[in-house]
Design a protein around this ligand. Sequence first.
Ligand SMILES: [Mg+2]
Length: 156
Amino acid sequence: MSFALFLDIDGVLNTRTTVVGAPSGRTGIDESRVRLLKKALKQFGDAAIVLTSDWKLMREDGDDFSYLVSMLAKFGLSLSGKTTDVWVGRGEGIQSYLAEHPEIDEYVILDDNTFDFSNYPKLWERLLLTNGIENAEYASKTPAIEAMLFLEAVKD
Ligand SMILES: [Mg+2]
């Protein structure tokens, strides 16, 4: 059994009112939100974190990407991979990732946008829409159990 979290950054670990900045000056990452992410992931054991955000397009040796990695590391979290969609939808990118990683049997998606997720019922049932991770809510009227467990831990 293997759990994965598909993680967007902007709108999840920051919001429009975030004041901290990344090295480039773009909106940074709020520590309190990474702490909440860590808390929600605890129940899933060895969770793989897969980056879906546009931050995945950054150079891995660049300052902003290093900043992201170090903010996660502060809470003992690390990235296991990233989706590779650029010209297709984010949902399609996750579908491809799941096809390449059959070991993943439970997953949750955090994002502040719906993109093409509703084209994929299983993704939709595991999507938590955010306005900052603390304001996560179900996309689907019939959420998957892992989405329910994750949200309960966020709200707890
Ligand atoms: Mg976003």
